[in-house]
Design a protein. Structure first.
Lengths: 311, 281
């Protein structure tokens, strides 16, 4: 999947110069805050919005010119899902399947509905928002499309169902299919995705493997003591105190790990907790918590970038 | 495609039954009350009241033909025109507004197929409403007391006059679809379509009173539908063709507009042109 285009509307910028390649058989996470351009980008892929310049192609097919051929191979779950209220779930799926030339395996369809605990005999207007989401997921997954574009696939689902969806996504990958996975829940992106792209203000600012993004050339440890030693006791080269609470201290350790451990052992340590860098921290470093223009947070971002391998 | 068509038709099922039965009951009522009015209206000519000329040519109000055309075939196209606008703007613009268009557009369909299927379902829905109304009229007509003077009108004439409303309201339905595909939102499209309906209805009827409007008369769809004339001599082929051509024209414009539309953006067509400069990028 190769994207190279520009979308622009009036005074509001949509997406500018996105150049992205998604590899066959991978789960690609797509991250960005509200309004960054994620949904616009997905809509360009589905030929719902047309780029002002440039073009997007998937499987070598132009998203606009070869849209019909392309969409035969794509299963799509919109982020703002809305379904016809008067239809039943079964009838809606039948309609979707017939437009895909009945490619869905009835056995697989039954299995999907069972795994997502979806009753398709009811009218869609009687569905809860979670059930509507499940129906949208089933319609996107049932044809075992070569590419699945899932925008916020677990929104409105309970934790058990969220887990089931992630398992289905991983199974799709095992079968060699590609998943374009857009989510605000960074922990699930970290769990299932191979690589992520981060978009900001309509520009793709980073594409990297998850493990590379979260890799760190230091240890971050939280040490808990019966009786807390003085903070100065940890003043070794390459050791930084990140936080302190009651009888625990959190350290970033780049050097002198054996000395820190020895000191801890001599001071009655009762628990050690390793705290690896999460995708959420990386994401927050790129965006800042409240104001991305805040210089203090730019510093924070550079700190995390220094800590990461290549971020 | 057929399943999509069925899906579209099913989604209109309640509206077809509701509007069909509703206006059928209205038609039954008008036909059934005629015998009570027949004697009272003898010698009464509605055309003598100037205000009523705005609402069209009713002919002799006291006759069955005049009474039915005045009470039924004058108002029915307006009522159904409103339905056509509600459904026409709801078909693309309404679905875009409520979000149900997006999942459909992600399916392997050409945009023209989507528009054509929806327009066909809308046209058939409108026809079915008129067909239900016709059934009601035939039942009521056959239930009229013996001896009622129906002035040579037969049940089939009522059916023809009722079904002849279809090409007229298809003009408003397709025009509404076009406005929905062209304008940023359903709300704006429905407002413009309603203004068109009212202006063309009043404009057409005022042409007999205001001479300068005469030249505009061919532009008014209502110029090609006259319920009383249809009751007398059936649908004029020229009028039928004019309405069908207008519907096809609006359908073509809908296809062109929707083909270029950035769905879900809610922008005017010309709002897509500006590209940022290199400095802005």
């Amino acid at each position: 999947m190769i994207l190279d285009w520009l979308v622009y509307y009036g005074p509001h910028r949509g997406i500018i110069d996105v150049d992205l390649e998604v590899r066959k058989g991978e789960i690609f996470g797509f991250l960005g805050p509200n309004g960054a351009g994620k949904t616009t980008m997905i809509r360009v892929l589905m030929d719902i919005i047309r780029p002002s310049l440039g073009k997007a192609s998937i499987f070598g097919l132009d998203c606009q010119k070869d849209g019909v051929k392309l969409r035969e191979r794509v299963g799509y779950l919109p982020g703002e899902l809305s379904l016809p209220r008067n239809s039943t779930g079964r009838r809606y799926l039948k309609m979707v399947d017939s437009l895909r030339e009945k490619k869905a395996d009835p056995e697989f369809l039954r299995e999907l509905c069972a795994r997502l605990d979806l009753d398709t005999s009811r009218k869609i207007r009687e569905y809860s928002s979670g059930n509507k989401q499940k129906l949208g997921l089933v319609s996107a997954l049932m044809n075992k499309a070569d590419l699945m574009v899932l925008d916020e696939p677990t929104i409105g689902l309970d934790p058990l169902m969220q887990q089931s969806v992630l398992e289905l996504v991983l199974e799709a990958k095992e079968e060699g299919r590609t998943v374009f996975f857009c989510s605000h829940i960074l922990s699930e992106v970290q769990t299932v995705c191979d690589r992520v792209g981060i978009i900001r203000d309509g520009k793709l600012i980073k594409v990297e493997r998850i493990d590379a993004l979260t890799a760190q050339p230091f240890q971050r440890l939280k040490l808990r003591f019966d009786e807390m030693p003085v903070e100065e006791a940890f003043s070794f080269d390459g050791v930084k105190v990140l936080g302190r609470e009651d009888n625990a201290i959190t350290l970033e350790i780049r050097q002198n790990l054996p000395e820190v451990m020895r000191l801890a052992a001599n001071n009655g340590i009762i628990d050690i907790e390793s705290q690896p860098v999460t995708l959420e921290e990386v994401f927050m470093a790129y965006y800042g918590r409240n104001n991305r223009k805040n210089s203090q947070q730019k510093e924070q971002a550079s700190e995390v970038r220094d800590g990461g391998s290549d971020v | 495609m057929f399943n999509l068509f069925l899906h579209e038709l099913r989604s209109r099922r309640s509206a077809i039954l509701g509007w069909g039965i509703g206006i059928a009951l209205f038609g039954i009522l008008i036909i059934m009350i005629f015998p009570d009015f027949e004697g009272q209206l003898e010698g009464f000519n509605i055309d003598e009241i100037e205000l009523y000329q705005v609402m069209g040519d009713f002919g002799e109000f006291a006759s069955f033909k005049g009474f039915i055309s005045a009470e039924m075939f004058t108002f029915m196209p307006i009522l159904l025109g409103i339905y056509a606008i509600i459904n026409g703007t709801g078909t693309l613009a309404g679905e875009e507004d409520n979000g149900t268009l997006e999942p459909l557009m992600s399916l392997p369909l050409h945009r023209w197929q989507l528009v054509a299927t929806k327009a066909l379902a809308l046209g058939i829905a409108l026809f079915l409403i008129l067909a239900i109304m016709s059934i009601g009229e035939v039942i009521a007509f056959n239930a009229l007391p013996a001896g009622t003077d129906v002035s040579g009108v037969e049940a089939v004439d009522l059916v023809v006059a009722t079904l002849a409303i279809w090409p007229l309201i298809m003009v408003f339905a397709t025009a509404s679809m076009f406005l929905g595909a062209f304008m940023p939102s359903r709300r704006i499209a429905a407002t413009v379509a309603t203004i068109l309906l009212i202006v063309t209805y009043l404009g057409n009827n005022l042409t007999d009173m205001v001479s300068w409007l005469e030249t505009l008369k061919p532009l008014f769809p209502f110029n090609y539908y006259n319920g009383r004339e249809i009751l007398e001599s059936g649908m004029n082929t020229g009028d039928l063709l004019a309405l069908l051509v207008a519907s096809l024209l609006f359908f073509g414009l809908t296809l062109l507009s929707f083909q270029r539309r950035n769905v879900t953006v809610g922008a005017w067509p010309w709002q897509r042109a500006r590209i940022p400069s290199q400095a802005e990028v």
